[in-house]
Design a protein around this ligand. Sequence first.
Ligand code: SAM
Length: 326
Amino acid sequence: MKADRYAGAGRRWARGATLVYGPIATELVAMSPHPLSGRTVLDAGAGTGAVSSALAAAGACAVAADLSFDMLAWNARARPPCAVADIRALPLPAGRVDDAVAAFVLNHLAEPSAGLAELIRATRPAGAVLAAVFSNASRSQARDRVDALAQDAGWQVPDWYVDLKTNAVPILGTAEAMRGAANAAGLAGIVVEERPVDVGVTEPEQLISYRLGQPLFASWLDRIGPRRAQEIASHAADAIGPGGLAAADDVVVPAQDRVRGDQQPQPVAAGFGYHAEQGREQGPVCPVQFRAARLPPLQDGELVAQDQDLCGLPCLRAPGQPQPRC
Ligand SMILES: C[S@@+](CC[C@H](N)C(=O)[O-])C[C@H]1O[C@@H](n2cnc3c(N)ncnc32)[C@H](O)[C@@H]1O
């Protein structure tokens, strides 16, 4: 299994990075070629649950997997069943989930085809596989500015991040590459799209919180402590100024719809990319409402082992929501 680069990043990711990833998750889920209500949907590379929340809002029953215990542990009582698992070896029998969503996790793999193949294996025939990755073309002044200010304050770019950005992230970062990977994996009804999405994050404080919510800052922020971190954030907010510096970050989000062999192609799904354009808020993102039941606190021992079935855990359902097939 890979090293957990998100250890210690759960709280800041949930409170900061999710400002951007949350709206994107909502858009990605909305691009399913069929309604997801009542379906069991895997949130692979779930992190702190941006996609799981969007799935719940869509009436789906999410099950989640992520390499990072810390990310899954965030708000665990209110979250769907989950397992610490590598996306390349999911604790699910073949065809166990109706659909699968992978937001910003395939771009963590040096061989993304292994992750895509596993998503396809776990998804039943004619289910949708939706995926989002970063765009190679995108740029962000705000991100670069925050990084530079953090470096001035003593932060050093971790080697693993340099390696990730150099060797893994670019692999799927074009529509052409994403389409090629989907084709090679045997998906059908493939739609890949790259487009900006206004996530409505424009204020300097939001941009800084978003950027410093990334795991590459986690150990440094822990080391310098909350007071110093707040000073640096305030300084960065002054430097960026009111209205921010245009784009919050860079993303491409292709998605694929899959249909196996002899089946009729499903309606197409779409993918997208985003950037946050300053001063150009789009409509509000629907608030997520869904937490009718509670799971016991997430403990290591309660996580599903590799040879167990993640869907064996109870799914959370909203009142009146149909019993999932899982
Ligand atoms: C950029 S975050 C995205 C989190 C979440 N999907 C979201 O949109 O907020 C990437 C997540 O993928 C997880 N991850 C990285 N490599 C993984 C792997 N090989 N298998 C499973 N999860 C992985 C990380 O632990 C992290 O939580």
